[in-house]
Design a protein around this ligand. Structure first.
Ligand SMILES: [Ca+2]
Ligand SMILES: [Ca+2]
Ligand SMILES: [Ca+2]
Ligand SMILES: [Ca+2]
Length: 151
């Protein structure tokens, strides 16, 4: 009992003081449905899709994201005077031309597939075709409190 209690207490402390990393670890296990320690594109589409960024950012509900909607969505994450939740943070992470890179067919709109694939590729830093746990750390940072996705 004692060791179990200690484990729970430690987990609670991690939750309280390291919410970002705890979130990332919990989410990683959830998203890695076949538990092979990588997140493939299918697992990504499920996990990323469930967080609802695409629907939330699609202001006019036409099922595509314009660049303005992306920028507005990112700016909408900014609450409080110290936040810099805007497109510049996404550009810092992914480069200035992230939107045009993600818009695979260059029609000026991102479908959900283009968005999912583009964001997946952007986080797959080593181009391995899957997100390993260190790469997922960036996902957790960006999705957590104060991150630019802030889900
Ligand atoms: Ca997996
Ligand atoms: Ca739209
Ligand atoms: Ca497109
Ligand atoms: Ca990778």
């Amino acid at each position: 009992m004692t060791s179990k209690f200690t484990t729970v207490a430690a987990a609670t402390l991690i939750m309280a003081f390291g919410a970002g990393s705890a979130l990332a670890q919990d989410a990683y296990a959830d998203w890695d449905q076949n538990s092979d320690k990588t997140i493939n594109s299918t697992e990504w589409n499920t996990g990323w899709g469930q967080n609802g960024v695409f629907d939330r950012f699609d202001g006019n509900n036409d099922d595509v994201l314009s660049e303005d909607e992306l920028n507005t969505g990112l700016a909408g994450q900014s609450t409080g005077s110290t936040s810099t939740g805007d497109a510049s943070r996404l550009e810092t992470r992914f480069g200035d031309d992230a939107y045009s890179n993600w818009d695979a067919n260059d029609d000026g709109n991102l479908t959900e597939d283009e968005f999912n694939t583009g964001v997946f590729s952007a986080y797959d830093r080593d181009g391995s075709g899957s997100i390993e746990e260190p790469e997922f750390g960036d996902v957790g940072d960006d999705m957590g409190d104060g991150g630019f996705w802030d889900v």
